[in-house]
Design a protein around this ligand. Sequence first.
Ligand SMILES: O=C(O)C1=C[C@@H](OP(=O)(O)O)[C@@H](O)[C@H](O)C1
Ligand SMILES: C=C(OP(=O)(O)O)C(=O)O
Length: 426
Amino acid sequence: MSKANSIDIQPRDFVNGDVLIPGSKSYTNRAIAIAALAEGQTVIEHALVSEDTEFIAKGMESFGNVHIDIDAEKERMLVNRKPAAPIAPKQPIFFGNAGTPIRFAITMASLANGVSELTGNERMQHRPCQDLIDALVQLGVKAHVIRGTGCPPIQVEGPSLRGGKAKIRGSVSSQYTSSILISAPYAERDVELEITDDLTSKPYVDMTVGIMKDFGVEVERDGYRRFKVRAGQRYRSGTYRVEPDASNMSYFLAAAAITRGRVCIPGINTSSLQGDVKFIDLLEQMGCCVEKETDYIAVSGKQMRGIDADMNRMPDIVPTLAVMAAFAEGRTHIYNIGNLRIKECDRIAAVENELRKMGIDTESTEDTLTVYGGKPTGAVIDTYDDHRIAMAFAIAGLKTPGVVINNPSCTAKSFPTFWEILNGLS
Ligand SMILES: O=C(O)C1=C[C@@H](OP(=O)(O)O)[C@@H](O)[C@H](O)C1
Ligand SMILES: C=C(OP(=O)(O)O)C(=O)O
């Protein structure tokens, strides 16, 4: 990880080669949370070791009955869950700006004995959790937002996860639904969730249901409307291997696209439940040549044209798409992305500001972003403490001279080895 305050990106004629992508952030977060509930030892292989996954690991350890050994070099985590019941820690549990970890831990705190307080950094204290709290209260949980803002810090008193039926809003974040599903087998009664609106970021809920099954728990469901988890089911500890991170794959596929090189990502294919594997279809629509094989995905860059893209299922790679769109011919219209405004930063505003600095025209509404392709020029890019802004704009610098990325170490949230891998590209 770079500790410098900024990095000058060196343009390349073209980028070529295989890129090994570390494990998925979303699967690693889920595997840690589930392993913390599964008695015995779970080995998580090809785990992502990053700020966010360390926050959830520490969060789980703070309940006193879990010990996690992390070996960053071997990309392995050993999660040991003792038979003892979880106990609320005396100190608040701090999650930085790790949205998924704090939201998963809120429901888990309802299984612990005593009063837990969960909090995060300044930005996390503006990221909403109210819909999750409202649903948990219907399930018997004693939880509330301390300052009445709908955001952390949050207090949860347990054990209080009784179960039963709850209605939950899904259009702000899918993480609330995933959070309840993960802890649901440990409720006193069956848990039935009804989503009252259009669930956002749907593939992440599929990932949750998929990994719960891998650990031995069934979720009954009616599409994205109703979910039921029968009480008394228990996760089985064992060995779990994490797939490469599809969101982080996007930066290197974009590098191939923009420089008209070829990049191959081994170890992942398009049948993955990670919604962001579908990035490859966007690249194809934009005019790139793509290879979708069972053991790898590859992209060869060509002149790109703008597209219309509903990115509701792939929110995290909107910055990557927007940066690619700056190099494409014509207009790219990205829609159905309202919840980008409540991520690590307001990502619609951030992408617009920084593309405009590069001489690219953009327009936005509350939930859309339009990018007019052109010839981006060099600029000093502010990153808003947001890993995805830093990584997406770094890719622009492989083509455009004079791109400088401020605060590059923010990539440690999900991809601590990003700069090393980028520098190693030929
Ligand atoms: O469940 C998950 O692992 C995630 C869900 C998504 O959040 P939203 O459902 O809030 O869009 C995504 O943006 C986040 O990076 C990871
Ligand atoms: C939005 C993200 O993460 P989280 O919500 O877990 O903070 C992300 O990684 O892009």
